[in-house]
Every structure is written in structure tokens, then in C-alpha cells.
Design a protein around this ligand. Structure first.
Ligand code: SF4
Length: 439
């Protein structure tokens, strides 16, 4: 999921949030929503679908005020359905609050019997805690957040305040930005700050809650720091390449993964090509390091969402056929090195390999910029069903045959982590190693 929040009394916050969510659309395409406040009352508008299809000028004009949060959803818990769209909101005592969540909690069943998404559970816990704290949302949040286990980057608001919080491991990113007007912005990724003209101030720290009101930004450390566990897959696949995470440029990290892969798994070929778009920097790195020409073998339909993120298998399979087409002139008769960022379910990739074969590729050497994805993620990617993970059920040779490639090599973990940063530690790699930072 992607979250965004803005507090700027001088600008229509819903419009800024629309732009921010548009820039975060890659983080979730099932539903989107915006909550606003004009200082008096909070309004929420959300729906299934893409940001651009849900919101238009009329709909945004009906959301007045200088305070807003927004959310784009990728279902990790709870069905892909309207009632699970975010922001979630609650009336409690005298206040009305709204909440957007990126991540996935692992202990919701211990916390409440309430059903629904884990974000609903958090909203319920906050509502229940408010009376104990004189209806103060900050106090309630500092009581509730330490009870949550797992991954969360929250944007939260009541009538007058914008709040951001990040879990003590820092699984998912969350940035603080500043507008020229003096307003403040929270966003999952830096490109969403760029698009509204906000300068990056800093990341919200793991275990930190920030409160933004008329007095500026106040920071509360609600939990002692735990070992850092920023999702390494953000660098491989999730985050936009034009952003930075933990001070590391995502594009440059992906390119270094390609360089490392060329050194680890060289092969003779005529052309290095990416599976567009997220593998482009990696393929460039591979080509530069190997001295083999870089070229395009596939054109991606720009108007198709990421199939990996589609909510069920049937939709994913349908979407593949719309997604790519081979550039037959450029692949026919060639020995191809095809670079892919990761192989999760392999549905899209298998169909894509067939497209390249049908277009006349002589050889296909598949090179993957990350190790085999063998373990479920419980921190915000929908891979909880291990039987769907191709690397959990097949050996590398079996995957190669299943995909119809001539050779297949995955970048080793050390190579991938070193490409992200030479400083060891601080990242979650559970889906690749089975070492879970939070049980
Ligand atoms: Fe990221 Fe994988 Fe960890 Fe999930 S398990 S947070 S995808 S590194």
C-alpha cells in the first residue's frame, strides 16, 4: 500500500493528496481514498479502482480543507472489497479520526475479536483507547502502537492534526517533507513528495510518531528501537526507481544488482534485455558490466497495472496477455539475456517467455536480480500462500524448465545486499532467507 498526508492551511489538501497518491499508485491499485478536514469535520471518500478513475475535479472539490490523508490499497489481509478500502475512519467520543496503513500486522487475533482488515483492528483499538485518554488521539496512539506487532507505516488525522507513525523495525518507509508554503507532508516514497513540490526533510524513525499541528512538528518515541528491518524487496521491486530509501537511490541499487549478477552469472549472448519496467536499471547494469549490447525485446502496455499486484489468479492471468508484446524484429534469431527483478508466482514471466520464443528468440538466459523468493511475507506483500510461490515448491532447474528458459540464475543474497549498501544489517530478507525479524 501507499500512504500520503498533508497539512497546509493555505492549499486544498485533497488536490495535493490526489497528486501524491497518483505518484504512489504502483504500491496498490485495488482501491484508493482520501480523508480531509476543514478544521471542523472530517470527510472520507474512497472507492475501488485507480486514483485517476475514482477522483475528478468535482469529487475533489467536495473535499474541502487544508488537512488530508490518502491511501492506495494492495490487499494483504481482508478481501479486495469496498469495505476494506482506506482510509478507515471512526467516531469516538467527541472526535472523528481517519487512518491509512501500509504494512501488515502479525498479532491482530491477540488484540481483538474484531474482524476485517488489520487496519480496522487498529482503528477499533484507537477508538477503545480514546476515552481512557480524554479523547486525545496522540495519547491513545502512544498507548495502542506499542501493542502492535509487525509492519506499519501509518498516516492518521483528526479534525486538526496530522500524525505519522512507523513500526519499531521500520519495515515500510515513511517520509516527512516540507512545502514552500510552510506546510508539511508525509509519504511512503520520495517521488510523492517531489510531485507536490515538497522537499524531503527526513524519514520518520522506527518507533517514532510525529504530530503536525499549528505549532509545527513534534516527535514522540513510542517504542524503544528494535533491530532495523527495512524491506529489502522495496529496493528490488516495490519502490519507484526515482526515489531514495534509507539514503540509498533505488535506481542505482537496482543497477548495481545487475552489475553483480553479470559478474556472478555470465553467459555468451547477443543482447541484454529487461522485462520492463522495474528490471530496466538492472538490465542496464548487467549490459554495462558484461559488454553485451543492451536492447528492448518487449513493449509494455503502459495502461496496465502490475499483474503481480492483481488480487486473484484469474485476473493475473488475463492481465498478462494485455501487458506485454514482443518486438519480433529485435529478438528473432538472437541469444537473449533476459533480466527480471524477481520471480514470485511466475505466472506473468512464463507467459512472457513464451512470447519471446514465439517471436523467434534463439536462446533465453534468464537472470534474476534477487535470490529465490521461497518464504511468505507477513509484513505487507500478499504472498502468505506459500504453495503459490514457485521457488517454494520447485528447484531452480525445475523453475528453468517450467519457464522455458535455456539457463536460469538468481543473484545471491550477498550480492543483492551488497548492491543495496555495503553496510551490513538493517534489512528484512525473510522472503528470501526464512529469517523473520518478527515471528
Ligand atoms: Fe520485504 Fe520480503 Fe521482508 Fe516482506 S519478507 S518485508 S517482502 S523483505
Amino acid at each position: 500500500c501507499g500512504v500520503f498526508g498533508v497539512r497546509d492551511p493555505q492549499q486544498p489538501a485533497a488536490h495535493l493528496t490526489y497528486l501524491g497518491l497518483y505518484a504512489l499508485q504502483h504500491r496498490g491499485q485495488e482501491s484508493a481514498g482520501i480523508a480531509v478536514s476543514d478544521g471542523d469535520k472530517v470527510l472520507v471518500d474512497k472507492d475501488m479502482g485507480l486514483v485517476s478513475t475514482i477522483f475528478d475535479t468535482h469529487r475533489l472539490q467536495a473535499l474541502p480543507g487544508g488537512l488530508a490523508i490518502g491511501h492506495v490499497r494492495y490487499a494483504t489481509t481482508g478481501a479486495s472489497a469496498w469495505h476494506n478500502a482506506q482510509p478507515v475512519s471512526r467516531h469516538a467520543g467527541d472526535i472523528f479520526f481517519a487512518l491509512g496503513h501500509n504494512g501488515n500486522l502479525v498479532n491482530t487475533t491477540d488484540l481483538t475479536t474484531e474482524s476485517g482488515s488489520d487496519s480496522d483492528v487498529v482503528a477499533a483499538l484507537l477508538a477503545e483507547a480514546l476515552p481512557r485518554h480524554g479523547d486525545d488521539l496522540i495519547e491513545a496512539a502512544t498507548e495502542v502502537l506499542p501493542r502492535l506487532r509487525g509492519a506499519y507505516s501509518f498516516v492518521l488525522m483528526d479534525e486538526t492534526r496530522l500524525i505519522g507513525a512507523r513500526d519499531p523495525h521500520g519495515f515500510r518507509p515513511l517520509f516527512l517533507g516540507r512545502l514552500d508554503t510552510g506546510g508539511w507532508v508525509l509519504a511512503s516514497e520520495t517521488p510523492a513528495l517531489d510531485v507536490v513540490g515538497a522537499a524531503v526533510v527526513r524519514e520518520i524513525e522506527p518507533g517514532e510518531l510525529v504530530v503536525i499541528d499549528d505549532d509545527g512538528v513534534r516527535s514522540v518515541q513510542f517504542s524503544a528501537p528494535e533491530p532495523r528491518a527495512l524491506c529489502s524487496f522495496e529496493f528490488v521491486y516495490i519502490a519507484r526507481p526515482d526515489g531514495q530509501l534509507a539514503g540509498i537511490g533505488v535506481h542505482a541499487a537496482r543497477r548495481r544488482m545487475g552489475v553483480a549478477l553479470a559478474a556472478q552469472a555470465p553467459v555468451e549472448a547477443d543482447m541484454v534485455m529487461p522485462i520492463p519496467d522495474s528490471s530496466i536499471p538492472g538490465a542496464q547494469g548487467y549490459a554495462a558490466a558484461s559488454g553485451i549490447e543492451y536492447g528492448d525485446g518487449l513493449i509494455k502496455n503502459r495502461y496496465i497495472g502490475r499483474t503481480f499486484i492483481a488480487p486473484n489468479q484469474q485476473l493475473r492471468e488475463n492481465a498478462v496477455r494485455l501487458k506485454f508484446n514482443a518486438i519480433a524484429d529485435n529478438v528473432a534469431g538472437k541469444r537473449l539475456i533476459v533480466v527480471e527483478d524477481s520471480i514470485v508466482r511466475a505466472t506473468t514471466l512464463r507467459a512472457t517467455m513464451k512470447l519471446l520464443r514465439d517471436a523467434g528468440a534463439a536462446e533465453i538466459h534468464l537472470r534474476v536480480l534477487s535470490p529465490p523468493y521461497r518464504w511468505s511475507c507477513y509484513y505487507g506483500l500478499d504472498t502468505s500462500d506459500r504453495s503459490k510461490l514457485v521457488a517454494a515448491t520447485m528447484t531452480v532447474d525445475q523453475i528453468r524448465d517450467h519457464l522455458g528458459a535455456d539457463t536460469l540464475a538468481y543473484l545471491e543474497l550477498d550480492g543483492m545486499m551488497n548492491a543495496i549498501t555495503p553496510t551490513p544489517g538493517g534489512f528484512c530478507t525473510a522472503c528470501l532467507t526464512g529469517r523473520y525479524p518478527v515471528p
